[in-house]
Design a protein around this ligand. Structure first.
Ligand code: SF4
Length: 322
């Protein structure tokens, strides 16, 4: 990890950059003291953004410049391809494998591996664990697949689980901490068992049974959409979260005889909708508003991609995700 910082510091020195703006993933905020120390020892001033930064889709170059910074450092994320008016450096903050810990977990839960073949995926911070788990399973005569879609072999994002899509494998193993990544897989992969290696709780669980809950919510909310007369479209102006032509979508929904409002946010949170009277919300920003935050909303909500998929299915066009 330190070497990642040193490479960036060398690059900053070459470019004579002395003031940097840091966006840091939520889970790494506890590290700000040691991070500031590394830069200050190299005569570089640091401003930490404490606005939530859930991914590298959120690039705050304009805010950084406004505060007098010359470069942006994104910590805990890999490049999402968002353009910036100042240099952006990505510190991936990938953890070394704690061999003893993972060995203990794998041995304790060995009986969980009942299938003959697996795809392994991981969040960015744990990609180093993939090889370790792969060789453990191969020693047990299992067939193991991985795929490189993002920067690292087997890496997935909350909004991109394509590395998990390997037809030959019977089940999917996800290595992570917290439920963010496993939940993304549950939503996107329709019919394979999802085995979660939870490094935080140090346990392995088959979480496939949770799919049913989301299927029911989606089915219920699709009915609510049909009944709704007033629709709110939720958009974010975060640079990497502008996925659709919102005006075109508004017109299409108006053709269904519904009144449509467009609500724009920095971070989309339900409290900002207090006092607004609509019957249904369609999320066009980060596709993890649904399902992650669904229980916080009083108004039924679905991602635009889910609605679109259901329209296609009604017309008889098949798609592979929920
Ligand atoms: S769009 Fe959402 S899931 Fe994708 S990188 Fe951004 S915050 Fe993460």
């Amino acid at each position: 990890m330190i070497s990642e910082f040193l490479d960036i510091i060398n690059e900053l020195k070459k470019r004579n950059i002395k003031k940097i703006f840091i966006q840091i993933s939520e889970g790494l905020k506890t590290k700000i003291e040691e991070i500031q120390k590394i830069f200050e020892e190299n005569d570089i001033d640091v401003i930490f953004s404490l606005e939530p930064t859930y991914g590298a889709c959120d690039v705050r170059d304009e805010e950084a410049k406004r505060l007098g910074c010359e470069a942006l450092i994104h910590i805990g994320h890999s490049n999402f391809g968002v353009k910036s008016s100042i240099p952006v450096f990505y510190v991936h903050y990938i953890f070394d494998v704690e061999k003893e810990k993972i060995e203990k977990i794998l041995e304790r839960y060995e009986n969980m591996f009942i299938y003959n073949s697996y795809t392994i995926v991981s969040s960015l911070q744990y990609v180093n664990y993939v090889k370790y788990v792969k060789s453990f399973l191969e020693m047990k005569n299992k067939k193991v697949y991985t795929k490189k879609v993002l920067e690292y072999e087997a890496q997935i994002l909350g909004c991109n689980v394509n590395a998990a899509k390997i037809d030959e494998a019977e089940a999917i193993i996800v290595i992570s901490e917290g439920f963010f990544y496993p939940l993304g897989l549950l939503l996107e992969i329709e019919n394979k068992p999802i085995i979660y290696i939870d490094l935080e709780k140090q346990e392995i669980r088959d979480i496939s049974f949770l799919r049913e809950k989301f299927r029911k919510i989606i089915a219920w909310n699709l009915v609510k959409f049909k009944e709704a007369k007033k629709i709110g479209l939720l958009v974010s102006w975060k640079k990497g979260q502008i996925f659709y032509d919102v005006f075109k979508i508004k017109k299409e929904i108006e053709k269904m005889g519904k009144k449509v409002y467009i609500f724009a946010f920095d971070e989309i949170v339900p409290e900002k909708l207090e006092g607004i009277s609509v019957d249904f919300l369609i999320n066009l920003a980060c596709p993890r508003i649904f399902p992650d935050d669904i229980e916080r909303y009083k108004i039924p909500l679905l991602n635009f991609s889910i609605l679109l998929k259901s329209f296609y299915e009604e017309k008889g066009v098949r798609s592979n995700s929920i």
